[in-house]
Design a protein around this ligand. Structure first.
Ligand code: SME
Length: 125
């Protein structure tokens, strides 16, 4: 997981914060990440964009985090976010969370790439 987040951060210029959260009971617990420290080391499933993605089991892309009432702020510079669930046999194990300082930074290309990475991680968890 640590290698995957480091590689994504290096290879994609618009990925400013890259991390993995793992689901433990009803909370998302921060695992390996690259970027500024975040106050959100544990996120209940009922909170944040992270909670929304994990509880729905589907990828969430937010083009403007400041316009989304679910958003839990991590850095003042963050403008957009993508959260991709890591699932195995329909069960959510965790998620990949990426923040960008660019508005609307995430496209379908990012979604496809990150859903493939999530699949690889799911097989190793
Ligand atoms: N922005 C996330 C919280 C995690 S930080 O981005 C690292 C959210 O709204 O769930």
């Amino acid at each position: 997981m640590a290698e995957a987040v480091a590689l994504l951060r290096c290879e994609r210029r618009h990925y400013d914060w890259v991390g993995v959260y793992l689901l433990e009971d009803s909370e998302l617990v921060l695992g390996p990440f690259v970027g500024k420290p975040t106050p959100h080391a544990r996120i209940p499933l009922t909170q944040g964009i992270c909670g929304a993605a994990a509880s729905s089991g589907t990828t969430v892309i937010v083009d403007d985090v400041n316009a989304d009432p679910r958003y839990l702020a991590c850095s003042l510079e963050t403008r957009s976010e993508i959260v991709v669930p890591i699932t195995r046999n329909g069960k959510v194990l965790g998620e990949i969370d990426i923040d960008s300082d660019m508005p609307a930074a995430f496209t379908d290309e990012d979604r496809v790439l990150l859903e493939e990475v999530a699949q690889i991680l799911a097989e190793k968890l």
